[in-house]
Design a protein around this ligand. Structure first.
Ligand code: SF4
Length: 275
């Protein structure tokens, strides 16, 4: 495997938010077939197939998230999967999948740095829906990883830490799948604003389905409230977006909902949803 890794970026925790060098873009480059290309049968992103996805995406623009999930299940199961960090959007999709296709394999990237409150949601999902979310782990424990790098890498090079503890793990989890569900909303960031409902994810070589692309935060929380969907207790403590504990802080009044993620770094995404 010849993955290209991000180069180190200097610590900026105490620097002004706009200071410091730009983060390096990085990608998972590999000669091995992966994602849908490693599936049996493989799913190849031919021009014809990409055009088909584009047509599906346009057709589903005005569909409900449940209709989009039904399409995904009918078209791609049993090679349809979902990764979740147990955010409000992810919990909403899990709630829908519990009704539509509870057999859908769902996994969580267990970096070793998640909040206790986040891990507790796995149990709540099991109790409420009977769905067992599978943990996918990095190659090394937190202790081994920090020892190998002379300390916590999230303080000095969060891009590489996310790459090693999230992207590589998703890269492996995607092997043999045809499609995955993402819980992104277009109104979350300029980068996410371009997300199609159905598209080809070049990074992971999978069809990416975003059933909540057209939903707002209010839509998500309305459903959570009306259906009493379990959610992360940290959302009631000033954390609208929850990631790993070292890279998440509560937000202040008036701040963007993702302002508490990698605060003090230019980094805004872990890399799972950026192209
Ligand atoms: S969010 Fe932070 S702790 Fe988690 S993998 Fe990324 S850099 Fe590491």
């Amino acid at each position: 495997m010849s993955d290209s890794l991000p180069e180190g970026d200097s610590p900026k925790k105490s620097a002004p938010a706009l200071g410091g060098p730009p983060l390096q873009l990085f990608s998972i480059d590999s000669d091995e077939p992966r994602g849908a290309l490693a599936a049996d049968p493989p799913l190849r992103p031919t021009d014809e197939f990409l055009e088909e996805l584009e047509r599906d995406s346009e057709r589903l623009e005005s569909a409900t998230p449940q209709e989009i999930l039904r399409f995904a299940v009918e078209r791609f199961a049993p090679r349809f999967t979902m990764a979740t960090a147990f955010g409000p959007e992810g919990m909403t999709i899990i709630h829908m999948l519990a009704e539509i296709a509870p057999q859908t394999p769902i996994f969580n990237l267990e970096t070793g740095y998640q909040f206790t409150e986040t891990l507790e949601l796995r149990e709540k999902v099991k109790q409420r829906y009977g769905i067992e979310v599978e943990y996918k782990y990095p190659e090394t424990s937190v202790q081994e990883y920090e020892a190998a790098h002379g300390g916590p890498l999230y303080q000095t090079n969060p891009n590489q830490c996310c790459f090693d503890r999230k992207l590589r793990v998703l890269h492996d989890a995607a092997r043999g799948q045809h499609a995955w569900a993402s819980a992104i909303r277009r109104d979350q960031s300029p980068d996410r604003a371009k997300a199609p409902i159905v598209g080809w994810d070049r990074k992971f070589q999978l069809v990416k389905i975003s059933p909540l692309a057209n939903w707002t935060k209010k839509d998500v929380w309305s459903l959570i409230t009306s259906e009493d969907i379990p959610y992360n207790a940290l959302h009631d403590q000033g954390y609208p977006s929850v990631g790993c504990w070292p890279c998440t802080r509560a937000v202040l009044a008036g701040e963007d909902e993702r302002a508490g993620r990698w605060s003090g770094f230019k980094k805004t995404e872990c890399g799972l949803h950026s192209s």
